[in-house]
Each structure stands twice: as C-alpha cells, then as structure tokens.
Write a protein that binds this ligand. Structure first.
Ligand SMILES: NC(=O)c1ccc[n+]([C@@H]2O[C@H](COP(=O)([O-])OP(=O)(O)OC[C@H]3O[C@@H](n4cnc5c(N)ncnc54)[C@H](OP(=O)(O)O)[C@@H]3O)[C@@H](O)[C@H]2O)c1
Length: 311
C-alpha cells in the first residue's frame, strides 16, 4: 500500500504557479506537440524556469512562431525547434538519432483525438500509432540520453478518456471490430498510462521516473475532429461527472508538476489529475484512474506488443 501523492496545487493552479521558485537552469526538456494548446504553455513554463526547451513538432513554421513567442515572453533564448512526426517512425528515429547529450525531461504531449478512421502506411490505426507507438519509439530511442541525465523524468500526457477503453489486445488496430473514434482514442490514452507503469519497472534503476496524467478539459486544436454539438453531447452524457473547462495555462500545470516539481522526487509509475495523484475511478464519473490502466501485466504485455509491432 503506497500513500497517494498530494500537493498544495489543484484544479485551478497554473503551470507558472507550480514552477514558481523552481530553477531549471542547466536542465534540458523536449515537449512533443509543443506548438499548440497545452504543449505551448508546458514549454513556456519550463523555459520560464530556465530550462532549455526543444519543441518537437511536425509543423516547423508553427514551432518557430511558438519559439519566438516563448523567447519574447520568458527572456529565455534556449527555445529550440526540431522536426518530429510521431505517425512516421522514420521521422521519430531521425529525431532520436540526432539528439546529443543528456535529456532531463521528456514531455510526451502530442496527440490526435477522435480522428476519422485513418491508417498509417504500416496499416496501424492512427491514434494508437501516433499517441502510443510514436512516443514509444521516441522514449526508448532517448533512453540513453535520459539515463545520462541522472534523475530524468518522462511525462505521459494521457486523458480521462482512457476510461473509455482498455487496450484491446485482440484487435488493437480495429481489423475485426467496427472503428469507433472515441474507443480508439481511449485505447491510445490507456496505452500512455501503461507505458509509464512498465517503463518504471524497467528503468527505475537508471534513475528515470515515468508518470502519466490527465490535464483536464481545455479548448484547444485537439477538438478539430469533433463538432461543438458532439462535445456538448458528451458533456451532457457525463452529467455531474463532467469536468469544468480549464485554461491552457491551467491545463499545463499537471504536466510541469510531473516533469519538474521537486514535490515529485522519487515518484514513478503513477497517474496524476489536477496536480495530485488520482484515486481509483468512481463509476459514473470521468475522474480517477481505471484499474486496467495501472495493471502491471497489461503494461508488460503492451511493451512486448509494441516491440513486436515495431519490429
Ligand atoms: N485539450 C483537452 O481537453 C485534453 C484533455 C485530455 C487530454 N489531453 C491531452 O493533452 C495533450 C495535448 O493536447 P492539446 O489539447 O494541447 O491538443 P492540441 O492543441 O491539438 O495539441 C496536440 C499537438 O499534437 C501534435 N500532433 C498531432 N499529431 C502529431 C504527429 N503525428 N506528430 C507530431 N505531433 C503531432 C499537434 O500538432 P499539429 O499542431 O501540427 O496538429 C499539436 O501540436 C494530448 O496528449 C491530449 O490527448 C487534452
């Protein structure tokens, strides 16, 4: 039995508040999807605390605009941009091959949500391929750099949508079952939590902590595949269990807590929500974590399936 982690921060805290007084000078961070939504505010807060931050993005122009903006608002010139398309394994491998030196914080933040049925050239379902397999190759490819940092942290940005589906090992890529965009998103977000569980088991000896989180509900480009009516329908369905909207600055708070707060020193393999460790999901609500997402056997199985899939 372990004690649930709580902090002085909560639902309304911002990323800047969480890192107030934290000095990240000399630390290096990568934020995937760092040119949109929560990723921008995650990167801004880390840069504001003095870290060197690389925005790992698939649209270089957006990355460069965001880097300029973060440099202007924080005064930290060490904001870099690198190309990364998580749906393209060759692109991910180019990124990891080009990385030099230690990496102290890897924030696996990028994602695609509720996309219409789409497959990569390998035939993989796009959300699983992007949200899980892309980050799997990225993180395992950066393992040496993370181990070299001494006390590195990996952040798996999941979602309360993980409550919509476990990883369906019998048919991960929807070859037999009918495609359903929310199940596919939910499955990929469960995979993000399971990754933290198994990476913790494998890498604790390397001083690498890996935790997962949900940022809350934030209006961003993530909802591009979802109409306003659909969002309202889902919120009505959740009833009193629906979470309130956060600003992107609030949405980034749990990510930077997990990435950089000394309050979480030595903590790994857990799932956070509103700046504290989540309890078990209460049925009928969209809060808390599903037991299947923290299941060590499923975590080990997913790792092996990922290795086998990637060849
Ligand atoms: N917003 C919410 O309410 C909410 C709730 C729960 C969880 N989350 C999680 O929070 C994280 C950030 O989401 P957000 O709301 O900030 O969404 P967002 O504004 O859409 O940002 C997602 C980022 O992922 C990038 N991305 C998508 N596919 C990619 C690929 N193949 N390669 C590289 N980058 C890719 C996007 O790049 P482009 O800009 O080029 O498209 C974008 O920068 C996600 O993991 C999401 O699942 C968000």
């Amino acid at each position: 039995m372990t004690t649930r982690i709580t902090t002085p921060f909560g639902f309304a805290s911002t990323a800047a508040e969480v890192l107030d007084g934290v000095d990240l000078t000399g630390r290096r961070a990568v934020v995937t999807g760092g040119a949109s939504g929560i990723g921008i505010e995650t990167a801004r807060a880390l840069a504001g605390a003095g870290a060197e931050v690389t925005l790992a993005v698939r649209r270089r122009d957006a990355g460069e605009r965001t880097a300029e903006d973060i440099i202007a608002t924080t005064g930290n010139k060490q904001v870099l941009v690198a190309d990364l398309d998580l749906a393209d394994q060759a692109s991910v491998r180019r990124f990891t091959a080009a990385w030099e030196g230690p990496l102290h914080m890897l924030v696996n933040n990028a994602a695609v949500m509720a996309a219409p049925e789409t497959r990569t050239p390998e035939g993989w379902e796009l959300q699983f391929a992007t949200n899980h397999l892309g980050h799997f190759t990225l993180t395992t490819g950066l393992h040496g750099a993370l181990a070299a940092a001494g006390g590195a942290r990996v952040v798996s940005v999941s979602s309360s949508a993980h409550l919509r589906s476990p990883v369906v090992f019998d048919d991960i890529h929807f070859r037999e079952r009918a495609y359903e965009p929310w199940s596919a998103y939910g499955q990929s977000k469960t995979a993000n939590v399971l990754f933290a569980v198994e990476a913790t088991r494998r890498w604790a000896g390397d001083g690498i902590a890996v935790n997962a989180l949900t940022p809350g509900s934030i209006r961003t480009n993530l909802q591009r595949h979802v109409s306003d009516e659909e969002i309202e329908r889902l919120r009505a369905e959740a009833g009193a269990g629906a979470s309130q909207w956060k600003t992107p600055e609030q949405g980034a708070a749990t990510s930077v807590l997990v990435a950089a707060s000394p309050l979480l020193d030595g903590v790994s393999g857990r799932y956070f929500e509103d700046c504290e460790e989540a309890g078990p999901n209460r049925p009928g609500t969209r809060f808390g974590v599903a037991a299947y997402a923290l299941d060590p056997e499923a975590a080990e199985r997913l790792w092996q399936v990922s290795v086998d899939t990637l060849g």
